[in-house]
Structures are given as structure tokens and as C-alpha cells.
Design a protein around this ligand. Structure first.
Ligand SMILES: Nc1ncnc2c1ncn2[C@@H]1O[C@H](COP(=O)(O)OP(=O)(O)O)[C@@H](O)[C@H]1O
Ligand SMILES: [Mg+2]
Length: 587
């Protein structure tokens, strides 16, 4: 999969996508109906105005009827006023509908993202997913609020003007229509070119977004390795590409708009010239010519708008295609089809011939089988890349095993509802993720059913309470994003409290590899012991102290389980564990 997906030029109208989009309007269908109705009435008023002008000139001015003229002027003003209020309501309604649909869609995308399996996020860069929930939704909105609804109005006005012109004087009407091939040619030229350059604009802004994202995330690395100039040059390139693409679209707009003006001036000239001749010969009234001039002026506006909206529609179709593709990604099944009867907590874990690969044919774990009894404490050791993290991720089903079964309390973990499984099996991850919020929030993670005493007790149990107390506002101290105002050790302790507060039956821990000072080391050791007390624990051990505290050790080597036994048994064996131990833990 490429990092930047190329956007194919799609159709401006795709009935399959449209049907799905329309479903989003369903909750607001009465608002839509109202908006369209108001729009049509407004368009009708628009058609009426030139007609009133004609009546004013031909009936009242020509016959010097002052009273009638005054009445008509009043009527003209009233119609105009009504039309303006229609425009107000219609604008307000369509914008409101658009915003509501966007709101629904963003919620849906976020909820969906939360239910996608982790393997999805391995393959999709963050920047792209953010674009889905923001830019793409916004593009759809511009279609909804300025496109779809007003297109009805545009078409209605066009047809109405053509009809009125034909009724007033069909010869003059047909003559005015001779400019139509010109306007169609101009629109076609514009549409084709601007579509292509808009595609470039969207592609290039997406590139800028993901480059920005990457650089901001990796700013410390950029600065440590003096990459500023190099990365700036790359950004400058991307930025310039974007600028060029945008300038291109500006060029097409700057040609198209005056071109339409020119053509409409041509139409006016024809009307004045031919209409003038007919007026002089007495075959036509001045009022009709004036009305024609007004109609012709209004005629080109919707044509110009339609060309622009065509692009809007096309962009929106592309965006909705991408959004729907994301929404169609299969979610994790939260509830198994036949959930098992939930066993009482115990904490027995069994792997039966489990194999797993992040990609097909590329197995990271091969035929792993072992059993951990209730309450046992087990350490997993192995070289970097041996598959330790992968193995523990499988237990809470962050990934699904490719083959084999994993049982908790003699029941396949696939038969547990996911939330139940994850309440029983808590993980303490290697990299602690701190959410922006208070310390308290980060321990209970928003679970209001946990009383404050439990939060404090958990913090006390893992020895986090002392440092929390020393923070400016204690448990109510706001932690900055990703916890940059905490030390590594403090973050670890916080994540211990987070696991303990939920009192899980199985504790899984990926010990942090980063070295901490001796004092923190002792603190963490104590905390780990407390965390493991009274429950089944599986720990990827990087510290000697942890290994000594466990009942037995499982040795992973290149995705296979090669040795298992107690520390002394494995040492005596002088195998992989012995060598690892010598290397890693001896000093
Ligand atoms: N999300 C992932 N997508 C693809 N491959 C992965 C992913 N995570 C780990 N791997 C690969 O799986 C293997 C085992 O990784 P891991 O379980 O993290 O090892 P350990 O924790 O023992 O260092 C490595 O070869 C690693 O490159
Ligand atoms: Mg690991």
C-alpha cells in the first residue's frame, strides 16, 4: 500500500455513492424538503422580476400611468424583499443541514476507528485517517451545503429563463441562444482543466499534511540529527508543488470568469442590436428588450455556477468514496456469535499450537503451546524481535491468532465479549500512553464507577502516591500531552496504578527497557511485586529482579518457544536462556 494514495478522476455523479450519501440526509429530510421548496420559490421570484420590469415599461411608463407605476414599484420591491428572505432561510437551512451531517459523519468515523483492529492501524498512516475525518468530511459538506441543493435552483432558473424568453419572443430568444455553443465549449474547457488541477491540489496538500505530521512527531530526532535543513528543503519542494497546482487552478478560473462575461456581453449585444431593430420597426416593445437583457444577465450565472459545482461534486464523490472505504473496513467483533458462559475469575491461560503473522506467510510466532495455572507468575524472555510483545498482544486479542487457540479459564478467548476479556486481562504497555487530563483521569481512565478511594489506594499500592502528592495539584494536576511533565519512572508507576485500579484477574506487562536510576528501579521492583500479588501475571522481563520473582520462565527464540522452566533449571541447561542471561542480566 502506498503512503499517498493517488486519487483517480472519478465521476461527478455516482448513483451508488449518492444513495449512500442521501441516507445521511434522512434524519433531516423535512429540513431538506423545506430548503428545496424555499429555493424554488426564491428562484420563481427571481424569474418574476424581469417580467415586472417589462410591465412597468410597456404598460405604465409608455402610457404615463403614474399611479400604476408606483404600485408596480412597490410590488417589485416586495418581491425583492421576499426573495431576499428566501435566500436567508435557504442559506441558513442548507448550511445547518450540512453541518449536522458532518457532525454525524465525524462521530461515525471516530466510533468506527475505535472498533477497528490494530492491524488496520499498522497499515494506515495517522495523517491519512485524520484527513478522512476532517478534510474529506469538509469536502462533502461543501457539496451538501452549496452544491446539491442549489443545483436544483440553478436548473430551475435556467429552464425558467429559457421558457420566459421563448414566451416573450421566440425569434429573439433563439437568436440569443446562438451563443450557447460558445458557453458550453468554454465550460467544457474549464471543467476538464480545473478538475485535473484540483486533483493535484488535493493530492499535494495530503502530502504536505503527512510530511508535517511525521516531522512534528519526530521533531526531537530531526533536531538531534541536524536534519532541519534537509527536511526543510523537502518541505519547500512539497510546498512549492502545492503552490504550483493552486496557481494552475487560479489561472483557469481567471480565464473562465472573464470568458463567461465576454460571451454574456455578446448575447446582450445581440439582444440590443436585433431587439433594437425590431423595436424601431414596431414589432417589439422596449419592455420586452429590457426584460430580455435582464434574463440574459441572469442566464449565465447558473451556467457558470454549474461548471464550478461540477468540480465540487467530483471532489465530493472522491471524498465520499474514501470515507465509505474506511467505514467499510471490517470492525472487530465485540461480541462473539455464541458467547460462552462466563467463568468465575481464576486466570488460567493456555496457548494451544498458536501461530501468528502480521502479514500472511510471514509468521512471527510458530506453534506456541504452554499453560499458565491460576495465580502463577511467568516471565517471557528472548532477544529483541523474538516475538514477546506479539505473544502478549494475542492474549487480549489485540490481534487474532492465525491458527491455534488461546484459552482463558479453559474457554477460548474468542468466545469472550471483547470488553469482558479486556477487563479480566489488563496490560501494562512498554510505552506508557498518557492522555491529556488530570492524574486522576489517567488512572481511572474516565471510569466513574471507581470510587476515589480506590484510585488513591491503587496509587499507594504501587508507590505512585508519594510523587503524585508532591505534584502542584496532587491528583488534580493536569498532565500535558503524552505526559511530558512526568519522568519515565513516574509514567511507569502511573500505568501500574492504572492497571491495579481495575483489579484484573490476569496482569500482563511489557517491562520498560529504558534504564532508570537505582532508586526508581527499587521503587518499580516493589511496585511490580505488588501488582503481581494474588493474580496470574505474564511479564516480559528486562530486569533481573523481575525474573527472580516469577515461578517459571518461557524462552522465545525467533517466534518459537524453545525452553521453559525455573530460573535455576534453565541456567543448568546452559541453553538459550543461559546465554541470554549471561549477556543481558549478569552485569
Ligand atoms: N505491528 C507490526 N506489524 C508488522 N510486523 C511487526 C509488528 N510488530 C512487530 N512486528 C515484527 O514481529 C516480530 C516480533 O516483534 P515483537 O513481538 O515486537 O518482538 P519483541 O517484543 O520480542 O522484541 C519482529 O520481527 C517485528 O518486526
Ligand atoms: Mg517487545
Amino acid at each position: 500500500m502506498t503512503l499517498h494514495e493517488e486519487e483517480v478522476i472519478g465521476k461527478a455523479y455516482d448513483s451508488r455513492l449518492m444513495r449512500r450519501l442521501l441516507a445521511y440526509l434522512h434524519p433531516y429530510r423535512w429540513m431538506v424538503v423545506l430548503a428545496v421548496l424555499i429555493l424554488l420559490l426564491g428562484s420563481f421570484a427571481e424569474l418574476l422580476l424581469p417580467y415586472l420590469t417589462k410591465v412597468a415599461i410597456d404598460r405604465y411608463i409608455a402610457n404615463k400611468e403614474l399611479a400604476g407605476l408606483a404600485r408596480l414599484a412597490l410590488l417589485y420591491f416586495t418581491v425583492l424583499l421576499v426573495q431576499m428572505s428566501f435566500i436567508f432561510f435557504q442559506t441558513y437551512l442548507t448550511q445547518k443541514i450540512g453541518q449536522k451531517v458532518m457532525y454525524d459523519m465525524r462521530n461515525q468515523i471516530f466510533a468506527h476507528l475505535q472498533r477497528l483492529p490494530l492491524s488496520f492501524f499498522d497499515k494506515n498512516p495517522v495523517g491519512r485517517l485524520v484527513t478522512r475525518a476532517t478534510n474529506d468530511v469538509e469536502t462533502l459538506n461543501s457539496m451538501l451545503s452549496s452544491g446539491v441543493v442549489t443545483i436544483f435552483g440553478d436548473i430551475f432558473v435556467l429552464v425558467g429563463i429559457i421558457a420566459m424568453m421563448l414566451i416573450f419572443n421566440w425569434q429573439l430568444a433563439l437568436l440569443s441562444f446562438t451563443v450557447l455553443p460558445l458557453i458550453f465549449a468554454a465550460s467544457f474547457w474549464f471543467r476538464v482543466h480545473v478538475r485535473e488541477s484540483f486533483r493535484k491540489v488535493r493530492l499535494r496538500i495530503a502530502r504536505i499534511n503527512s510530511y508535517l505530521q511525521e516531522n512534528i512527531m519526530g521533531m526531537s530526532t530531526v533536531q538531534i540529527f541536524n536534519r532541519e535543513k534537509k527536511n526543510f528543503r523537502r518541505f519547500d519542494e512539497l510546498n512549492n508543488d502545492y503552490l504550483q497546482a493552486y496557481l494552475e487552478t487560479i489561472y483557469y478560473y481567471s480565464v473562465f470568469h472573464p470568458l463567461v462575461e465576454l460571451i454574456s456581453a455578446l448575447a446582450l449585444a445581440i439582444i440590443l442590436w436585433y431587439g433594437g431593430i425590431r423595436v424601431i420597426s414596431g414589432a417589439l416593445t422596449i419592455g420586452v428588450v429590457v426584460a430580455f437583457v435582464q434574463y440574459a444577465e441572469r442566464f449565465f450565472q447558473p451556467i457558470r455556477d454549474l461548471s464550478e459545482k461540477y468540480n465540487l461534486m467530483q471532489a465530493a464523490m472522491a471524498s465520499s468514496e474514501r470515507i465509505f472505504k474506511l467505514l467499510d473496513e471490517p470492525e472487530q467483533r465485540l461480541l462473539p456469535e455464541n458467547p460462552a458462559e462466563m467463568p468465575p475469575p481464576c486466570g488460567e491461560i493456555e496457548f494451544r499450537d498458536v501461530s501468528f503473522g502480521y502479514n500472511e506467510n510471514d509468521h512471527v510466532l510458530r506453534n506456541v503451546s504452554f499453560k499458565i495455572n491460576c495465580g502463577e507468575k511467568v516471565a517471557i524472555v528472548g532477544a529483541t524481535g523474538a516475538g514477546k510483545t506479539t505473544l502478549i498482544n494475542l492474549i487480549s486479542r489485540l490481534y487474532e491468532p492465525t491458527s491455534g487457540r488461546i484459552l482463558l479459564n479453559r474457554i477460548d478467548t474468542a468466545l469472550y465479549p471483547l470488553d469482558n476479556l479486556r477487563r479480566r486481562v489488563r496490560m501494562v504497555l512498554q510505552d506508557v500512553f498518557i492522555f491529556s487530563g488530570t492524574v486522576e483521569y489517567n488512572i481511572r481512565l474516565g471510569d466513574q464507577s471507581i470510587p476515589m478511594e480506590r484510585v488513591i489506594q491503587a496509587a499507594k499500592d504501587v508507590r505512585a502516591h508519594e510523587f503524585i502528592e508532591k505534584l502542584p495539584q496532587g491528583y488534580q494536576t493536569e498532565l500535558s500531552e503524552r505526559g511530558s511533565n512526568l519522568s519515565v519512572g513516574q509514567k511507569q508507576l502511573l500505568s501500574f496504578a492504572r492497571a491495579l485500579v481495575f483489579d484484573p484477574e490476569v496482569l500482563i506487562m511489557d517491562e520498560a527497557t529504558s534504564s532508570v536510576d537505582t532508586e526508581t528501579e527499587i521503587l518499580l521492583r516493589e511496585a511490580t511485586t505488588r501488582l503481581m500479588a494474588g493474580r496470574t501475571s505474564v511479564i516480559i522481563a528486562h530486569r533481573l529482579s523481575t525474573i527472580q520473582n516469577v515461578d517459571w520462565i518461557l524462552v522465545l527464540h525467533k517466534g518459537e518457544m524453545r525452553e521453559m522452566g525455573t530460573h535455576n533449571e534453565l541456567l543448568a541447561k546452559k541453553g538459550i536462556y543461559y546465554r541470554l542471561y549471561e549477556l543481558q542480566y549478569q552485569n
